[in-house]
Design a protein around this ligand. Structure first.
Ligand SMILES: NC(=O)c1ccc[n+]([C@@H]2O[C@H](COP(=O)([O-])OP(=O)(O)OC[C@H]3O[C@@H](n4cnc5c(N)ncnc54)[C@H](OP(=O)(O)O)[C@@H]3O)[C@@H](O)[C@H]2O)c1
Length: 251
C-alpha cells in the first residue's frame, strides 16, 4: 500500500507519516519545506519514502502533485495541510485569507476529486480529510478558518453518502480534532483555550478511525461530548459561546 500525506513536514502530518510508516506502508510525503521532509525521510527510511515538494495553494501545483504521486499508485490520500488565522474578519489580511481558502478548501477539493476518480475505478482506496472540531461551528475571530473546515466536513459527508449509496468500497472520512500540539498556534497567532492533545496520539487515533471506516473521527471524550451538546444549542447562542472561547485564544 502507498499513502500520500500533504503537510507532512510538521505537526499532525509528520505523525501520520510516522504512524503509517510503522505499519510498513510506503509513503509519498509532501509540503513546501524540503529540509524538514528530507529529515523525516531519513528517520523513516529512504526506501520507504518519496518526497514531492509542492505549494498546494496553487491549482497547478495540486495537479502536478496528483500527476507525480499517481505514478506510485496511491491507495491512501491524507489531505492534512492547512493553517488558521486569528483576528476579526474586518481586520484580517485578505491575501492571507485567500491563501487559507486555497490550501484548506481548494487543494482538498482538487486532490479529493482527482484521486477519488482513480479509486472509484479500482473500487478501493482511502481518503482522509483533516478538518477540525471547528468544522461543526461558526467561529468568530477565526471566521474564515472555521468556515473552511465546515466546507471540508460537509464535502466529505456528501461524498461519503454518494459512495455508500452505490455500495462502493472507497472510503472518504473527516478527522475532526480539537486542539492538537503543533505549529498551528504559532502560524495562526493564537493560544489554546483548553490543553492540546499530542500530535502522535491524534494521528494514531485518526488512522484507526480510518481503518474502522468511520465517516467522522473525533478524538477525546471531552470534544465528543462538547460537539454532541453543541447540536442542541440554538445557533445564536452557539456563535456567542464560540466567540467567548475564541477571545481566550488571543495569542
Ligand atoms: N493543531 C490543531 O490544534 C488542529 C486542530 C484541528 C485541525 N487541525 C488541522 O490539522 C492540519 C495540520 O495542521 P497542524 O496542526 O499539524 O499544523 P502545522 O504543524 O502548522 O502543520 C501544517 C502543515 O501544512 C503544510 N502547509 C501549509 N501551507 C501549505 C501550502 N501552501 N502548501 C503545502 N503545504 C502547506 C505545512 O507544510 P510546509 O510549511 O512545509 O508547506 C505543514 O506541514 C491542518 O489542516 C489543521 O487545520 C489542527
Amino acid at each position: 500500500m502507498t499513502a500520500l500525506i500533504t503537510g507532512a513536514s510538521s505537526g499532525i502530518g509528520r505523525e501520520f507519516a510516522r504512524c503509517l510508516g510503522r505499519l510498513g506502508i510506503r509513503l509519498v510525503i509532501s509540503g513546501r519545506n524540503r529540509e524538514s521532509l528530507e529529515e523525516l525521510r531519513q528517520e523513516i527510511g529512504e526506501k520507504q519514502v518519496k518526497i514531492i515538494t509542492a505549494d498546494i495553494a496553487s491549482k497547478d501545483e495540486c495537479i502536478r502533485l496528483y500527476k507525480e504521486a499517481s505514478k506510485y499508485n496511491i491507495d491512501i490520500l491524507i489531505n492534512n495541510a492547512g493553517f488558521g488565522l486569528f483576528g476579526k474578519f474586518s481586520d484580517a489580511d485578505l491575501d492571507r485569507e485567500l491563501e487559507m481558502i486555497d490550501v484548506n478548501i481548494k487543494a482538498v477539493h482538487i486532490l479529493t476529486k482527482l484521486f477519488l476518480k482513480d479509486m472509484i475505478k479500482r473500487n478501493r482506496g482511502y481518503i482522509l480529510n483533516v478538518a477540525s472540531s471547528a468544522g461543526f461551528l461558526p467561529g468568530p475571530l477565526m471566521s474564515t478558518y472555521y468556515a473552511t473546515k465546515n466546507y471540508v466536513v460537509r464535502l466529505t459527508e456528501a461524498i461519503n453518502e454518494e459512495l455508500r449509496s452505490v455500495g462502493s468500497h472507497v472510503y472518504v472520512g473527516a478527522f475532526c480534532p480539537g486542539p492538537v500540539d503543533t505549529n498551528f498556534n504559532k502560524t495562526a497567532g493564537v493560544k489554546f483555550a483548553v490543553k492540546g492533545i499530542p500530535a502522535g496520539y491524534a494521528a494514531v487515533y485518526a488512522v484507526k478511525g480510518m481503518m474502522d471506516r468511520k465517516m467522522i473521527i473525533v478524538p477525546t471524550a471531552l470534544m465528543k461530548t462538547g460537539l454532541a451538546a453543541a447540536r442542541f444549542v440554538p445557533d445564536p447562542l452557539l456563535v456567542r459561546a464560540t466567540r467567548f472561547i475564541q477571545t481566550k485564544r488571543r495569542g
